[in-house]
Design a binder for this molecule. Structure first.
Ligand code: SF4
Length: 355
């Protein structure tokens, strides 16, 4: 079902708004300077919501200073201690992420709900497959057919009902597992029951390459089914990689076109240039461009410019020379050693703001 919209600081998620890209700082939150610097770098790359871990009161209090220096909504990640949640709201957190199951008594969860109401903030209820403890008492009328998934969704529904009973609907939910089919089943099932916005992610997905593949498969399927209002690609890597990966997933599905889509050939016996090296250099050169562009790097003139017709700009090998082309038409023939430099000149013309 279509999700309702929930306001997180200056951003709306759900209700058909573009899928918001988020990440999480890996700095110590109490190291205010390092955290602000990291958030600013991530914001420049397109991060739209940032989460910081709040393991202690010093970190909760630090959110105040962090919040005053950043431009994107701030989310506090809380475990166990409800006082940290309340302090985070006081420090200006736009949303907190909790698993109410590890907060303790209902009175403590209620105190968090009251604080969220007072500060007009949102709460993400995050249930992870790995931290399921109790047998939920919520009885579902629908089933995923997977016992673990039904337990995850029942556990989430129990929390959701408690929040609803306390007249709080500024809710976002997540149901993360590191198993992709379980994650898919959990989100699909929950979305049949309630319309709260979905924060999607594959938890503990892995390192840069394997984690990106796993997340791309899992999140790609969900997004393609219209499920997912905000996303995080969790990687054991620099959070900057999470932002690149998220936008690549969204652009691949045509959901958000941001940045450069690189079209490069796999190389073959016809290759007239070192395509692997050139493609890496072009990728590095174009990594931080926000304008949606298709850039091609092809190995030969036989198929290169033709196969990459839809590219806004491309380079390819040729007989003894390098070629630069636009929309499939060759615009320059240059010595191979100058190819990258000439490409850069054309690229600058393409991204120059129009007067
Ligand atoms: Fe081979 Fe040329 Fe196609 Fe690249 S563009 S795969 S070099 S035929």
């Amino acid at each position: 079902m279509k999700t309702r919209s929930v306001k997180i600081g200056s951003i709306i998620i759900g209700g058909g708004a573009p899928v918001a890209v988020q990440s999480m700082c890996n700095t110590k939150t109490k190291d205010v300077k390092a955290t602000i610097e990291q958030i600013k770098r991530l914001t420049d790359l397109g991060c739209e919501i940032i989460r910081c871990g709040v393991p202690d009161m010093e970190s909760a209090l630090a959110l105040d200073k962090i919040k005053s220096k950043i431009k994107i909504p701030l989310v506090a990640d809380i475990h166990y201690d409800y006082k940290l949640a309340i302090a985070s709201f006081k420090s200006g957190a736009d949303k907190i992420r909790i698993n109410p199951g590890n907060i303790g008594s209902q009175e403590k969860v209620k105190a968090i709900i009251d604080a969220a109401k007072e500060h007009k903030a949102a709460i993400r209820i995050g249930v992870n497959a790995g931290s399921l403890k109790t047998n939920a008492t919520y009885h579902m009328t629908v089933s995923s057919g997977i016992e673990k998934v039904d337990k995850m969704v029942s556990s989430l529904m129990e929390h959701v009902e408690f929040f609803e009973k306390n007249d709080f609907k500024n809710i976002v939910v997540s149901l993360k597992a590191h198993d992709v089919p379980e994650t898919l089943a959990a989100y699909r099932l929950f979305n049949k029951l309630r319309d709260y916005p979905l924060h999607i992610g594959i938890t503990e997905a892995g390192t840069s390459l394997s984690g990106t593949i796993k997340s791309s498969v899992g999140l790609g399927i969900l997004l393609n089914e219209g499920l997912g209002d905000t996303m995080r690609v969790s990687l054991t890597a620099d959070p900057e990689e999470e932002i690149y990966a998220a936008y690549k997933i969204l652009s691949t599905l045509g959901l958000r076109r941001v940045g450069v889509e690189l079209i490069s050939c796999p190389t073959c016996a016809r290759t007239e240039i070192n395509v692997i090296k050139l493609a890496k250099e072009v990728e590095k050169m174009t990594k931080n461009i926000k304008k949606p562009l298709k850039i091609a790097v092809m190995g030969c003139s036989v198929n290169g410019p033709g196969e990459a017709k839809e590219a806004d700009l491309g380079v390819s090998g040729g007989r003894g020379i390098g070629l630069i082309f636009k929309g499939g038409e060759i615009i320059k023939r240059v010595p191979k050693k100058n190819l990258l430099k000439e490409f850069e000149k054309e690229l600058k013309k393409l991204i120059k703001p129009k007067k």
